[in-house]
Design a binder for this molecule. Sequence first.
Ligand code: URA
Length: 432
Amino acid sequence: MRMFDIIAKKRHGEKLTDGEIKFFVDGYTHGDIPDYQASALCMAICCRGMDEEECSALTYHMMNSGDTVDLSALPCTADKHSTGGVGDLTSLVVAPTLATLGVNIAKMSGRGLGHTGGTIDKLESIPGFCTSLTGEQFMKQVSEIGVAIIGQTADLAPADKKLYALRDVTATVESLPLIASSIMSKKLAAGAETIVLDVKYGSGAFMKTAEDAVELAEAMVKIGRDMGRRMGALVTSMEFPLGRKIGNTLEVIEAVEILRGEIGGDAKTVCVNLAANILSLAKGIEIDDAFAAVNEAIDSGKAYEKFLAWIAAQGGDISYIIENRLPVGKFTREVVAACDGYVCGMDTERVGLASCILGAGRVTKDDEPDLTAGLVLHIDLGEKLTVGQKIATLYTSDSGKLESAEEMLISSLKLSETVPENTPKLIYKIIR
Ligand code: URA
């Protein structure tokens, strides 16, 4: 078999066989196929697409390119995955909530990338929290308290690690079969029986339209089901930041506020919907009963107690949480409205970039983010603003960053003269 022929076949729009896809994935993972041939095939896939069978084969071989986690010793395991967003703190709330309801969350998460945040960075903003456990510690913690979240191990889906880095620099990220196989190879390798995806759409997401997000969600659900997993997906809006706090420590603070029952809002709504759908699928119970159980877990304080137990188990100093003293950036600035108008939207990517400018994100993958940096939004979609009204508070450890972050945030704001109609649906679709 020759890589040249596989590239030419896909360039002509023909269907690749399972053997050809395996030849490519194995050869590229082991360094036998060079980057230039792999990027040529990725570009051909971007232009010509793949059918469901090819996409499943690509996912399967990427999943098996490294270690797969065996969670069979644990009953009722579940995982969730978000395709990436701004102010997306859902894992911090959903994981401990489900752990109180008999669903085991043995989860590997990522770091922030570009304008989007990552759960591992958020957890590391809690002093002492350890995001790398041995396999034995990981399994022991899940069987004892029902939840552990760690960083992805190097050997999980190594084909995806190499391919993702290549796609990032060859303009081949935005391809449905490549995104679906990339996400699903990692999720399947991580071993959970039930997987629920939170596929984002809108200005802060990979998928700019809800229709494209639905297509991606359906493709991933099908791949997972074909491989014997219980699958569901929510397609949710990233046309506005999900939480009102954006940045690592700030998102932990907002998650704690939700778990203590102190606030509601969009972030809580998405958390409750994700948790209820996971619970219903994982336990085979009616969705209404699942909603009732999830709400009770939060309202009773059990989910908050579980959160504290989980953080402590991974070495986090919970006194910072209990005493409300998680450190936030010492330099602050209030951003105010320069004119009147109704908030008809925000360019959510720009909001995420403003948080990155303050120090919360990475420019290269080796950067160390300022975990205390970020911003708090004081506005809501549809709200009427008057000149001088507070839009946001910025936080950073470096006062030199305030000016350009403020400019970026102001440029994200979309105002209209009249009350906005057709505001985006927070939960666009649920696929079960
Ligand atoms: N997230 C992934 O893990 N892979 C993609 O291709 C896109 C988003």
